[in-house]
Design a protein around this ligand. Structure first.
Ligand code: CO8
Length: 261
């Protein structure tokens, strides 16, 4: 598969997607989002891949949807084709994936860029990371989960302030508020994100899918229903060959050899 707007590589069971439109701060065009969806789909099908990592450059993650491309669009077109940024073979494919996906953010993640990072399972940030939903300054609003995921991550007060003012969070405020899991020096971010993704890829694949599903339930359902879901999922992990191997290896004081079954 050849791509024009992203770079794709695989390493240690990790599928890496690098956003690559440096001239426009990795602005998310329809073509770029479609390529991200195609790459995610290919990694989903690839048995050797256990985790997906998405990143920009050290300078910028993504400055949002491509404003030049959107500027001339009319409501009737977006309505009729259901906003091609979010449908078709791009964003929806990424949202439907089952494998864990990490965002490594250095520099700005704005608008759709912030939404793309938040659509991942967690965000690792460099000290220069900046997050924001500046759409209001263009007299539009977040359209790919900004008002929903930011609010779940930060709480109403901060999310409302950010969406209504376009103010950016720096890395420290983002970590304090729970938007990012860790902050790393710029020069270490991508290597550490790779180590983290590789350590997930080395675990039993079916269990990583199950854990993802259970954590996501916390945002979809009541506590009692979530706890019931978790208990059933925990019990079903005992049907995996890897669970037996994991516990046996611990007892025998050796490294487990997972077959991803
Ligand atoms: N779209 C298109 N081009 C962009 C974008 C963008 N979002 N951001 C930057 N560029 C281009 C600039 O036009 C410029 O091009 P040129 O060199 O040809 O003039 C080049 O990138 C460099 O940008 P700047 O000169 O502006 O660089 P600065 O370092 O001075 O500023 C900023 C960087 C602060 C990031 C500034 O470029 C900026 O404010 N960009 C726009 C940020 C923004 O408003 N983002 C929200 C967009 S709307 C949105 O994301 C809606 C999401 C809906 C869902 C879509 C899901 C995919």
């Amino acid at each position: 598969m050849s791509y024009e707007n992203i770079l794709v590589e695989t390493n240690q069971g990790v599928g890496v997607i690098t956003l690559n439109r440096p001239r426009v701060h990795n602005a998310l065009s329809v073509a770029l989002i479609s390529e991200v969806g195609q790459a995610v789909d290919a990694f989903e099908q690839d048995e050797s891949i256990g985790c997906i990592l998405i990143r920009g450059s050290e300078k910028v993650f993504a400055a949002g949807a491509d404003i030049s491309e959107m500027a001339s669009q009319e409501y009737v077109d977006l309505y009729k084709n259901d906003f091609p940024y979010l449908t078709g073979d791009g964003w929806e494919v990424m949202e439907r994936r089952r494998k864990p996906m990490i965002a490594a953010v250095s520099g700005m993640a704005l608008g759709g860029g912030c939404e793309l990072a938040m659509a991942c399972d967690f965000i690792l940030a460099s000290e220069t990371a900046r997050f924001g939903q500046p759409e209001i300054k263009l007299a539009t609003m977040p359209g790919a989960g900004g008002t929903q995921r930011l609010t779940r991550a930060l709480g109403k007060a901060k999310a409302m302030e950010l969406c209504l003012t376009g103010r950016m969070l720096d890395a420290e405020e983002a970590e304090r508020a729970g938007l990012v899991s860790r902050i790393l020096p710029v020069t270490e971010l991508f290597a550490e994100a790779m180590n983290t993704a590789a350590s997930i890829a080395a675990q039993s694949r079916p269990v990583t899918l199950m854990i993802r599903e259970a954590v996501d339930q916390a945002f979809e359902t009541t506590l009692s229903a979530g706890l019931r879901f978790e208990r059933r999922a925990f019990q079903s992990s005992f049907a995996f060959e890897d669970r037996k191997e994991g516990m046996q290896a611990f007892v025998e004081k050796r490294k487990p050899k997972f077959k991803h079954r």
